[in-house]
Ligand binder design. Structure first.
Ligand SMILES: *[C@@H]1O[C@H](CO)[C@@H](O)[C@H](O)[C@H]1NC(C)=O
Ligand SMILES: *[C@@H]1O[C@H](CO)[C@@H](O)[C@H](O)[C@H]1NC(C)=O
Ligand SMILES: *[C@@H]1O[C@H](CO)[C@@H](O)[C@H](O)[C@H]1NC(C)=O
Length: 941
């Protein structure tokens, strides 16, 4: 592929009235402006040449993909001619395919940071490679998973569409080879949206389209630009046997709404042919892999297109999956005359199917109607890419030296695709940063790029064995972290700049510059240095000597220690095996890891998730991509071995959805570790304290309470012998991506000893201050009721949002604090203000009541976990009855006055509690391009 020349740039600009703000910076990628005068980008991937053409149907200008992707990434191909006849639009004729490289990315620039966009990839295989092999591959938006593209048939046009808020002014769309065929792409579209549209697409989640249907048009019309100013593509959905089309020529008022469906879509609708029937249809979901999704989100559009007589009423209920919303009577819906009304999900919900039923109320004289529906999967967009300063610097370096290798996409993320020659740091609290650059033997020509100075975290920089010319920039001395700079074997000239010299002299920087024949290395007298420099020898030799002096004793010491520890472990092993009744011998069915494997999985234990008495917990990724948490016993931990064994034993025996599950363990010579499922949302403690998330809404708190209670009930009731957890607290309740609760940390847990019918008696009191059962503290006799007590404290934390021990300013236990306040009649003062009154007050009081019973002084007065589970279930029912159907609310009615949906949304925004996880959904409008659009009932079952 050729690079764009200035002339073609000018041509494109004239043709499209392009915004040229970002043009003509470097000679490489992004050399021409990308947006047309709608702010659209429409790329016909694989189209030959440098410009493009106007599509006569949409009137949009389709540009070639030159300038959006490295010229040597992938190859242009045409689909097989049998798929072009009868004619299909030009934009489907060519593809760009990517047989090489795991990740290949398009870069769209000149976007507006903070703006909402629709991004759409288009894929028509058309046997372009003559292999008749339908590929499956993944798409990413930047570093966040978008969807899996699974081509079902050679002539099926597959769309992937996402609505997202762009946080920076450019975005990369990457095709990821998953070893199931060669990735390819036919087209890529970008459309700006008003920020208020699709309120559930926000900074942390994007919406991936599954279905977008326009009910009614019997002529097969597909509506898009210019009928839809945002160029959404609305496929027709008709069922002539069951439904009548209703339509109007009159204008439907869609102004100022949350979704702005186009006129043409709102002007058609359906209603049942048989007036006594309801509207019912199912949208397919199950072809979509669901492990990345936070759940589904729908938007339905309604409008009354007929002027009804006075005594007529069209009123209906809207059910999802036959779920008879408990507040159904209050949400019966009557569409307004010629005004769009919509109803959409409040938060993502993980249904397994999507059956929609519109059912007329008893009072209704007319059957239901619907104009359009959209269904999305919500995906998290919270994965952090490399910090933007490093990205700009390394991208500029890449362009200056025309580096190819695998330098595509994000430089550090995902780790497995990090750019060759770069090393990055992955700190939980900030975006990844580049810590070393090794571009030795890369054939680099020209000067040392000033952009190296912008890699602020770089420690090692190896530019040796290239053809670099010019002088050494003194600015390199500003790199605070730099400890090694290797410039040897180049053609540099000038002298070593003073800033670097100073660092060399004070020993903070090792600079190697041997074999640069024109470089002056000796103050002002410029003599070509031969075979390295004296300075280098002066510095390097002492450093080496010191290193040897220091390292040798350390190595000797380590060698001895290792031998000694090997011996220790040997005896521990023996002790374990002979530990009486065989209860404690470690028979683990789970996978056994070696320490080396853990080292790889955790990328040398880089990312710390948390700290405990046991040691640290690290983030890891298994070969198959599963994220795990690795709890590594630290050598300094005294009780570590015992707790490790207790926990490992418990976890191999028990399996419950509300108990964190163990994936494997490591018992190497002197390393012990447990590998668990990864719980990305951290601990309940952090959520209550507001350290992560936006504070949980009351309903989520109740669910978390119920789920944790179920986990404990399982330990107490289903396990034989029963298990006491002994350290129930909010810091030991972890949340997964769907904010489902699982109890963790069984290091202190104990099993009843039924043989002699007594409780275990110990001489140290286990547990965490604030949570420990006072009765157990007194008698040292733990029981399941001790867990009940601790769980009561957890419930109080959920209700009050306060920690187990408050500083008021004297430390006071939350149990006393709550009882005191309630005794004073200060009921309002107990409930967490952050819930902003958005809760069923009866459910809150009932929960508080359960908590107080759990924390009764006398264990027999406390309920069992089974009682607690039942009671909490009732609380949740109360709350859900208040909110209604699980995830929906009703909005945006056509009537005048204030828009209730806006304020409702504003309130619900606070409580939108699902943020993170990873899910993928494929959007596949499974319609065939030829001979005519098959109006998609294929996927409607
Ligand atoms: C694809 O077809 C177009 C038009 O027929 C032609 O100009 C182009 O060279 C073809 N591309 C390839 C890669 O064969
Ligand atoms: C149906 O009509 C009755 C009588 O007018 C009224 O009381 C009732 O609330 C109506 N039901 C609905 C669902 O609107
Ligand atoms: C850079 O890479 C080369 C070869 O790939 C290697 O010999 C050299 O040690 C590396 N430099 C650093 C600083 O790691």
């Amino acid at each position: 592929m050729e690079r764009p020349t200035p002339r073609t740039i000018a041509m494109v600009a004239r043709l499209l009235l392009l915004c040229l703000a970002a043009a003509a910076t470097s000679g490489g990628l992004h050399a021409h402006a990308q947006l047309d005068n709608n702010g659209f980008i429409s790329i016909d991937c694989g189209f030959p040449g440098q410009t493009g053409y106007v599509d006569n149907k949409t009137t949009l200008f389709y540009t070639t993909d030159a300038g959006f992707i490295d010229a040597d990434a992938g190859m242009n191909r045409n689909i097989s001619v049998e798929f072009i006849n009868p004619p299909i639009p030009t934009s489907w004729h060519s593809v760009r395919s990517f047989p090489g490289g795991t990740r290949n990315c398009y870069t769209l620039i000149s976007l507006v940071s903070g703006q909402k966009y629709l991004i759409r990839g288009k894929f028509l295989y058309g046997n372009y490679d003559g292999l008749n092999r339908l590929p499956i591959f993944d798409l990413y938006i930047g570093v966040n998973f978008w969807t899996t593209v699974n081509i079902p048939k050679a002539d099926t046009a597959v769309y992937a569409e996402a609505i997202m808020v762009m946080l920076v002014d450019s975005v990369q769309v990457c095709l990821m080879n998953t070893e199931s065929g060669t990735p390819f792409i036919s087209g890529l579209d970008l459309r700006p949206l008003k920020t208020k549209l699709y309120p559930l697409a926000n900074e942390t989640q994007a919406l991936v389209l599954l279905h977008r249907f326009n009910f009614g048009p019997t002529d097969g019309t597909v509506i898009r630009y210019p009928d839809d100013p945002y160029d959404r593509i609305w496929f027709p959905f008709v069922d002539a046997t069951d439904w009548n089309e209703i339509s109007t020529e009159m204008k439907v008022n869609t102004d100022d709404r949350l979704f702005e469906p186009p006129q043409a879509v709102m002007q058609t609708a359906i209603s049942p042919r048989n007036v006594s029937r309801n509207i019912e249809f199912t949208l397919g979901l199950d072809s979509f892999p669901s492990d990345h999704s936070l759940g589904y989100i729908y938007a339905m559009y309604f409008c009354e297109l007929q002027q009804l007589p006075r005594n007529a009423l069209r009123q209906f209920f809207i059910y999802i999956n036959g779920f008879l919303g408990k507040t159904a009577t209050t949400i019966a819906f009557t569409p307004a005359y010629l005004a769009e009304g919509s109803r959409y999900s409040l938060e993502p919900f993980p249904y397994s199917q999507y059956m929609v039923s519109l059912v007329a109320t008893a009072n209704s004289t007319l059957p239901p109607t619907i104009s359009a529906i959209e269904l999305f999967s919500a995906i998290p967009t919270t994965t952090l890419g490399t910090n933007s300063q490093d990205v700009s610097a390394i991208t500029a370096i890449k362009e200056m030296y025309q580096v190819h290798k695998n330098w595509m996409g994000d430089p550090c993320v995902p780790k497995a695709l990090g750019w060759d020659g770069l090393t990055c740091s992955y700190d939980v609290s900030k975006p990844p940063a580049i810590t070393s650059v090794n571009m030795s033997f890369n054939g680099l020509h020209g000067a040392i790029s000033p952009n190296f100075v912008n890699l602020k975290d770089v420690q090692y920089m190896d530019l040796s064995n290239n053809n670099l010319t010019g002088s050494i920039p003194d600015a390199l001395s500003r790199l605070q972290s730099l400890v090694l700079l290797d410039l040897s074997n180049n053609k540099l000239n000038g002298s070593i700049p003073s800033g670097l010299l100073k660092k060399i002299q004070d020993g903070s920087l090792d600079v190697r510059y041997g074999n640069n024949p024109s470089l002056c290395t000796n103050g002002n007298s410029c003599q070509p240095a031969k075979g390295g420099s004296k300075l280098a020898i002066y510095i390097v030799v002492p450093v080496l000597v010191i290193a040897v002096l220091v390292l040798v004793p350390i190595l000797i010491f380590l060698w001895h220690r290792k031998r000694k520890q090997a011996a220790d472990i040997g005896t521990i092993g023996v002790r374990l095996a002979s530990d009486g009744d065989g209860n404690s011998s470690l028979r683990l069915e789970n996978r056994r890891f070696t320490y080396m494997e853990l080292n790889t999985i955790t990328n040398t234990f880089q990312r710390v998730l948390g700290q405990g008495g046991f040691g640290s917990v690290f983030h890891g990724i298994l070969e198959n991509g599963t994220q795990v948490a690795v709890k590594l016993r630290s050598h300094s931990s005294k009780q570590g071995v015992k707790q490790f064994l207790a926990e490992a034993q418990v976890l191999t025996r028990i399996h419950h959805k509300n108990l964190v599950s163990m994936i494997g363990y490591c018992k190497d010579v002197d390393h012990m570790a447990l590998v668990y499922e990864y719980m990305p949302e951290g601990t309940l403690r952090e959520h209550i304290a507001g350290k992560i998330g936006r504070g949980l809404p009351w309903r989520r708190r109740l669910r978390v309470a119920l789920e944790s209670a179920q986990g404990l009930e399982y330990l107490h009731k289903a396990c034989n012998p029963p298990i006491m957890h002994m350290d129930v607290k909010t810091a030991n309740i972890l949340l997964n991506a769907r904010l489902e609760a699982k109890i963790a940390d069984f290091g202190l847990s104990k099993a009843f000893n039924w043989d002699d019918g007594t409780h275990i008696s110990t001489n140290t009191c286990a547990g965490t201050p604030g949570y420990v059962d006072p009765e157990y503290q007194r008698t040292m006799q733990p029981s399941t009721k001790s867990d009940v007590y601790s769980f009561g404290v957890v419930l109080l934390e959920l209700v009050t949002g306060k920690p187990a021990i408050l500083y008021n300013p004297e430390p006071v236990n939350i149990v006393h604090w709550t009882r005191q306040r309630l005794a004073r009649g200060d009921i309002e003062g107990v409930v967490d203000m952050r819930m902003q009154g958005d809760h069923d007050i009866n459910a809150v009081w009932k929960t508080t009541d359960i908590a107080l019973m759990c924390t009764e002084q006398a264990p027999p007065q406390r309920p069992s976990m089974t009682d607690v589970v039942m009671q909490l279930q009732e609380c949740l029912d109360l709350e859900e009855r208040r909110i209604g159907d699980d995830d929906e609310f009703f909005t945006d009615h056509g009537g005048g006055g204030t828009d209730p949906s806006m304020s409702y949304y504003a309130a619900s925004n606070e409580s939108s509690d699902v943020r993170q996880s990873n899910i993928a959904f494929q959007i596949e409008h499974n319609y065939r391009i030829r001979p005519q659009m098959d109006t998609s009932p294929a996927q409607i079952r």
